[in-house]
Design a binder for this molecule. Structure first.
Ligand SMILES: [Zn+2]
Length: 337
C-alpha cells in the first residue's frame, strides 16, 4: 500500500470541507476542533483517556523561582520509558504509520506534508500530534515554518522533541500541539523589546527567538543549530539535543520560538535503582513547565531540590548558554550589516 492510500482512508472529510469553504486562515482552527469533537464521540478509548486527565492529580513546585506543574499521568509510562536503542525501535511496528494506528483515528491534512491527529494518551485536553506523511526519522531540519504556521492559525503551542531529547517515537517525524492555558511557559515569556534573541538562563534554560517573520526566524534558528553543534552529547548524534516550543505570545504579541538546549536525554535518577530511581524523562512539555510523572511515588515525593537538580543536569549550563548567545549576537550583527 503506498503512502497516500494509507492516509486516504483516515482523512477527516468534514474538516477538509470546512477549510475548503472558509480557507485555512478562518477555517483551520474550526476544522481542528471539529476533529477533536468527532474523535471524542467515536473513539471510546480517547474519551476515557481525556476523562482520566480531568481527574489527574497535579501540584506546583518552584523551579528557579518560577512555577513547575507536576502531572501524575500513569497512562504515559510507555512513552516516558520508551526504548532509545535503535535495534529495539526497529523491531516494533511504528505507532505513527497509519496501518498501526487505532482504527477510529482520523487525520486532518495540514500544509503539504503533515496530518494532524488526536494524541491517544493526552497530556492536555485537545492534545494533537502533527504526523509527517512519510515514515522519516525525527529531525529538526525544516520543521520550524510548519510549527510557526500551526501556532499562528490555532493559537496552540507547537512542540518538538529531539530524537535524543524526549521523543518516544524517534523513528517517525512528528510534532505535538498544546492548547493555551496548560503550559507555564506562557506566563514566562520575555519582553523582547525589539531584540531578535533573548536568553533566559533560569531553569529550564531557554533562548527565545522572535518569530514575527517566519523566514527570519528560520534563519536565526539555523544559526542557533550551528552554534549548538559543539555541545552535542555524542559526535554521532544526528543533531544537538533540544526541545522547541513555538508560543503564540500573550495577547497581541507575535509568536516566539523557545529553544531549550539539552545536555542530556535522561537524568541519572532515571537509571538508578530502588529509592534512588525516579521515572522522569523530560520532553518538550516538561521543558515548557509541565513535568509528567507516570508513577505515583515520584509524583508524591519530588521536591524543589530534586527538580532543580534534574533540570540542571539535563539543560545546557549557564556558561555554555552565554557563549551561544554571544555567537548568535555576533552572527545577527553580521546579517544586519
Ligand atoms: Zn512510521
Amino acid at each position: 500500500m503506498n503512502r497516500q492510500r494509507q492516509w486516504e482512508d483516515r482523512l477527516f472529510t468534514e474538516g477538509i470541507g470546512i477549510i475548503e469553504r472558509e480557507g485555512a486562515q478562518r477555517g483551520f482552527k474550526r476544522a481542528l476542533l471539529a476533529l477533536y469533537e468527532q474523535q471524542m464521540r467515536s473513539w471510546p478509548e480517547l474519551a476515557v483517556a481525556s476523562q482520566k486527565l480531568e481527574s489527574a492529580a497535579g501540584r506546583t513546585l518552584g523551579l528557579d523561582g518560577r512555577a513547575l506543574h507536576l502531572q501524575h499521568n500513569p497512562a504515559r509510562i510507555t512513552n516516558v520509558t520508551a526504548p532509545t536503542d535503535a535495534g529495539e525501535i526497529a523491531r516494533r511496528p511504528c505507532p505513527l504509520c497509519p496501518p498501526n494506528m487505532p482504527h477510529q483515528q482520523k487525520a486532518l491534512p495540514f500544509l503539504d506534508n503533515w496530518l494532524v491527529v488526536c494524541n491517544p494518551l493526552p497530556l492536555f485536553k485537545q492534545h494533537f500530534v502533527l504526523v509527517h506523511g512519510a515514515h522519516t526519522p525525527q529531525s529538526v531540519a525544516k520543521i520550524l515554518p510548519a510549527m510557526i504556521e500551526f501556532t499562528r492559525l490555532t493559537g496552540f503551542i507547537t512542540l518538538y522533541n529531539g530524537p535524543r531529547s524526549g521523543a518516544s517515537i524517534p523513528e517517525h517525524l512528528h510534532l505535538q500541539a498544546a492548547p493555551p492555558g496548560w503550559l507555564p511557559i506562557e506566563e514566562q515569556l520575555p519582553q523582547m523589546g525589539g531584540r531578535e534573541i533573548v536568553v533566559d538562563s533560569r531553569l529550564p534554560r531557554r533562548m527565545f527567538l522572535d518569530a514575527t517573520d517566519s523566514a527570519r526566524a528560520t534563519e536565526l534558528f539555523a544559526h542557533t543549530m550551528r552554534t549548538l553543534e559543539r555541545f552535542k552529547t555524542e559526535k554521532t548524534d544526528p543533531e544537538p539535543g533540544l526541545n522547541l516550543a513555538v508560543t503564540a505570545g500573550c495577547e497581541g504579541r507575535p509568536p516566539l520560538v523557545a529553544v531549550h538546549p539539552r545536555k542530556k536525554h535522561r537524568p541519572r535518577c532515571f537509571y538508578a535503582r530502588g529509592d534512588e530511581r525516579y521515572v522522569v524523562s523530560p520532553g518538550s512539555a516538561d521543558m515548557a513547565g509541565m513535568l509528567i510523572l507516570p508513577r505515583r511515588e515520584d509524583f508524591l515525593r519530588l521536591d524543589q531540590r530534586k527538580v532543580e537538580s534534574i533540570f540542571s543536569e539535563i539543560c545546557l549550563g549557564p556558561e555554555e548558554l552565554a557563549r551561544v548567545e554571544q555567537d548568535l549576537q555576533r552572527e545577527a550583527q553580521t546579517d544586519g550589516a
